[in-house]
Design a protein around this ligand. Sequence first.
Ligand code: NAP
Ligand code: GDP
Length: 317
Amino acid sequence: MTENQRTLVTGGSGLVGSAIRDVLVEQGVDLSNWLFLSSKDGDLRESKDVDKIFAEFKPTRVIHLAAMVGGLFHNMSNNLDFFRSNITINDNVLRASYETGVKKVVSCLSTCIFPDKISYPISEEMVHLGPPHDSNFGYSYAKRMIDVQNRAICEKYGLKYTSVIPCNVYGPNDNYHLQKSHVIPGLIHKFYLAKQKNEQAVVMGTGSPLRQFIFSKDLAKLFLWVLDNYDEVDPIILSVDEEDEVSIKAVAELIAKNFGIEQNLIFDTKAADGQYKKTATNKKLRGLYPDFQFTPIEVGIKESVDWFVKNFETARK
Ligand code: NAP
Ligand code: GDP
């Protein structure tokens, strides 16, 4: 029964939050009992802002997305900020949730928080089995603590707050900042400028690392499914299949093809590659939701490129 629910989406203005809103609109859902927050509604690092939002909206369910988020290069130089911001936001949101009687919270981890030295494919129970990659240890340890806190909340209050573990996400409304973004939005922005200026386009690193990418609209549908159907505290990986893992080089070439600049790519092999791979299995998801259809990466990239070109003036960059 979702009619009597009041659902708060923290980080509602971001890549994933805006995709959730778009999917609900497409499904014809009445959004009067949904609140999509941005940082303009309050700084979730401040407990007084969080308490005010919860007291006013009185959510019964929370999708918790808000976080300090960034790509490899932003993480590498800001581990302290990633750790402190995310630890504080997560503690404020989870504490306010159980204190005000929220029945369900779905928070967001990431496949990049798993141990660096691990056997593949990665599965849900491996989250805490070793140190994360050095490049993003601040973000990773802060995210891992969500799972610790969920288990402690369940032990003390019997509430089944949970978390999902998406692979790399991309899509419309992403952060297209040239230095701070993840690889797909970063390359879309760079290649757009290279095309305009008829210059070479630089891909950072060797191009050999492997990644699984999920289109934001697919992740949004899975988030909503988890909210209504998944009843465990333990996290669940929301990723495309292992066979859909691609190299950074292949992704760069695919994006370049959309701009017609395949011949103009160069690789800055002195730049960091980050983790070589973090191949995750979606076996648990497939077991519970076998017929979910993922958007092929060619389709998702085209939609993202088209969105960026159309919204260049206003896109986050
Ligand atoms: P995003 O596009 O950068 O959006 C971040 C959201 O958090 C925005 O709505 C932002 O508000 C809000 N926010 C950030 N700091 C805040 C603060 N101090 N107070 C209030 N709101 C704040 O991020 P995303 O890619 O949608 O990520 C959503 C979730 O997915 C995050 O938890 C992230 O860790 C996780 N995730 C992302 C990826 C990925 O590849 N992007 C992969 C795995 C997991 P403003 O718009 O007002 O700034
Ligand atoms: P990660 O998946 O957490 O490592 O984060 P990213 O999405 O930032 O980076 C993925 C891979 O893309 C790394 O191997 C980077 O070296 C590579 N990459 C190539 N060009 C870029 C770029 O312009 N921006 C970013 N962020 N990564 C890039």
